[in-house]
Design a protein around this ligand. Structure first.
Ligand code: DX5
Ligand code: ZN
Length: 219
């Protein structure tokens, strides 16, 4: 039986009731908090920044998985460590010296993740996969919650899983964007270890039951 990790994306939370939303995740079967940081340059949207993450960190009782959708992420690695990030994911497309960036994240004591836009081929990670703790496959174009899932994702997951096995790496595969109970099982069967879900969880009438359902169908 697989223990698929569920990471609700706080981007879809009610920010006027953030503490209540955080407590909901703490109480639920969710495994991680997924935190989307957008700079309005790498992606055409601005989400939230340091003071909000600081507030989340004060209440969150689970792993904090930070997804940076920003240019030049090296500038903020130490800052995100101080703000409570356990996993720091940068975009492949935003890093000129990806290997160096991954080492800098690990030197701060965090797990290092790399996110791939929908058009970015997983084979580009071949020479660095052993240094990556988590690959986040974007199953929508980054920038907004609530978009529909790109079907090509399944074959990307399979290709990445084969690469990880071939290289004897222990990298986790995370899927981000448009995840629901309709695609969760197929993603896990293809090789996914972590599912991010924003609008599907926070838009549900009963988010705790929705998280439990995602856990159950991906076992
Ligand atoms: C998209 C973000 C996602 C987003 C997922 O740029 O990286 O994490 O919050 O939201 P849903 O699950 O609504 O697609
Ligand atoms: Zn994300």
């Amino acid at each position: 039986m697989k223990n698929t990790l569920i990471a609700p994306s706080v981007l879809a939370a009610d920010f006027a009731n953030l503490q209540r939303e955080i407590e909901m995740i703490n109480t639920s079967e969710a495994d991680w908090f997924h935190i989307d940081i957008m700079d309005g340059v790498f992606v055409p949207n601005i989400s939230f920044g340091m003071p909000v993450l600081d507030a989340i960190n004060k209440h969150a009782k689970k792993t904090i998985d930070v997804h940076l959708m920003i240019v030049d992420p090296d500038r903020y690695i130490a800052t995100f460590k101080k703000l409570g990030a356990d996993i720091l994911t940068v975009h492949y497309e935003a890093c000129t010296h990806l290997h160096r960036t991954l080492q800098a994240i690990k030197a701060e004591g965090m797990k290092a993740g790399v996110a791939l836009n929908p058009h970015t081929n997983v084979d580009l990670l071949e020479d660095v996969i052993q240094d990556i703790d988590l690959v986040c496959i974007m199953s929508v174009n980054p920038g907004f919650g609530g978009q529909s899932f790109i079907e090509n994702t399944y074959s990307k997951v399979e290709k990445l899983k084969a690469l990880i096995n071939r290289k004897n790496a222990s990298t986790l595969i995370e899927i981000d964007g448009g995840v629901t109970n309709k695609n969760a099982k197929q993603l896990v069967d293809a090789g996914a270890d972590v599912l991010v879900a924003g609008s599907y969880v926070f838009g549900a009438e009963n988010p705790i039951a929705t998280i439990a359902d995602l856990k159950a169908i991906t076992k």
